[in-house]
Ligand binder design. Structure first.
Ligand code: FAD
Length: 416
């Protein structure tokens, strides 16, 4: 049976995972209802790094062309130590990333990514996006799911073949359809700010860091990542700090004196940033370890942070969300009469990769927040490695093509 109703997909959450999944399912001939609890899609006000494994998905789905005009293609990722700004390592990007991994490494404002995803989604007549609509409940039947959607207190029902939970770290779908896995505070908080590149602060910052690079400043108490966004007119700053206690509310304005104390003793352009780049918004980082089930029978699947919210040390959360989205859609499309089998394959192919990314994040944390003899050893090892060697270590991550059927997938039809 392949009627229109039987090919109905409901997606909860119109973040990066949900919007990507909506486009991927629609491209595969499914009819998609995308419910977003927020009254309107708002930008998170900060930047995002999009590695080639992510931009490959965006290119395949026809999103990249909408993003390119506002994105920046950095020349390199440079790692420096924060006290003296000494360069420790440099991974070449730009055209060398495209040659090596077959897709560009970009940095962008999240709002620009969201606008690009939305612009592409609007071109699909089979995507219906409803904002101000919270997925509240779901009843699972042998032949599908009935979801309850709460729109300003008015609860409506919708039937579908498959419910996709793209509803982020605090996922409702995770608790309904698969075994409960509560998010934990990771012990890290992110401080975020954006400065104008042509203002006095932007100018003094650009004297300490190349304008066309992603620069990571390593320190035992934090690491700071700085990169250009919005065609180079702004610099995105994010400081990830070890913090025993989570901030009270995600996005609240941080106390600059706290950040200034954390960044004390670093090189002058960084030490002054805490006060001069204010206001900083403060985000407690929550994680959902990737060990719990991501699917339930033939009717529900989790993607993105709802399945596996990782700490941002590998800058891969959104990339993994996009990979999940396209792989899930292609696997379901390949065997629409065996959704349970498709979901089982989805978990089987995604889990090892997510765990490897999680391990890479742990390694980056160990290296970037190192102190004493470990930091000295790190500096020696990193300085001895060429850009080519460092890039080669990322081939498994950035060279991955989520748009193709997984290698173990012999039965799958060609992806849309
Ligand atoms: C400081 C920091 C820096 C990062 N940097 C990078 C980076 O450079 N590169 C990268 O790839 N990743 C990065 N990440 C990770 C990335 O931001 C996340 O992994 C990604 O945004 C997750 O997207 P998502 O769509 O799964 O979840 P979300 O963005 O959380 O979206 C979930 C959506 O679901 C909606 N929702 C929730 N509940 C319901 C419901 N019941 N019904 C309907 N809608 C609902 C929410 O309102 C939201 O819009 C970073 C993360 C942090 C914290």
């Amino acid at each position: 049976m392949d009627t229109r109703r039987s090919r109905q997909i409901v997606i909860a959450g119109a973040g990066i995972a949900g919007l990507t999944a909506a486009i991927a399912f629609a491209k595969n001939g499914f009819s998609v209802q995308l419910f977003e609890q927020a009254p309107q899609l708002e930008d998170a006000g900060s930047g995002i790094q999009l590695s080639p494994n992510a931009t490959r998905v965006l290119a395949h789905l026809g999103v990249l062309e909408h993003l390119i005009p506002s994105a920046v293609e950095p020349r390199a990722v440079v790692v420096r130590e924060a006290r003296k700004l000494r360069r420790l390592a440099e991974v070449p990007l730009g055209s060398r990333a495209e040659d090596r991994w077959g897709a560009p490494y970009l940095v962008a404002h999240r709002a620009d990514l969201q606008t690009a995803l939305l612009a592409r989604a609007k071109r699909e007549p089979d995507i219906r996006l409803v904002t101000g609509a919270r997925l509240a409940d779901a009843a699972f039947h042998p032949r599908g799911v009935t979801v309850s959607i709460d729109v300003a207190g008015d609860v409506k029902e919708a039937a579908c073949l498959l419910l996709v939970g793209a509803d982020g770290v605090g996922s409702t779908v995770r608790n309904l359809g698969t075994r409960d896995a509560a998010p934990n505070y990771s012990g890290f908080s992110a401080w975020r700010s954006t400065v104008r590149a042509n203002g006095p602060l932007g100018q003094s910052l650009l004297e300490a860091m190349p304008a066309d690079c992603v620069t990571v400043y390593a320190h035992k108490r934090f690491h700071l990542v700085a990169y250009p966004i919005r065609g180079g007119t702004a610099v995105n700053l994010v400081v990830i700090v070890d913090a025993k206690h989570a901030a009270a509310r995600p996005g609240e304005t941080g106390d600059t004196e706290v950040l200034a104390r954390l960044m004390r003793g670093t090189a002058a352009p960084l030490a002054t940033l805490a006060r001069e780049a204010a206001p900083w918004s403060l985000w407690p980082i929550r994680e959902v370890p990737p060990d719990h089930p991501w699917t339930g029978g033939a009717s529900v699947a989790l993607i993105g942070d709802a399945a596996h919210a990782l700490t941002p040390f590998a800058a891969q959360g959104a990339a993994m969300a996009m990979e999940d989205a396209i792989m899930l859609a292609n696997l379901v499309a390949a065997t629409p009469d065996d959704i349970a089998g498709a979901l089982a394959r989805y978990e089987a192919v995604r889990r090892p990769r997510i765990k490897r990314v999680e391990a890479r994040g742990r390694f980056n944390h160990f290296a970037w927040h190192a102190s004493g003899p470990i930091a000295l050893a790190r500096n020696l090892i990193l300085r001895g490695r060429s850009g080519r060697q460092l890039a080669a270590e990322l081939d498994w991550l950035y060279g991955f093509d989520a748009c193709q059927p997984p290698k173990s997938e012999t039965k799958a039809a060609p992806p849309a």
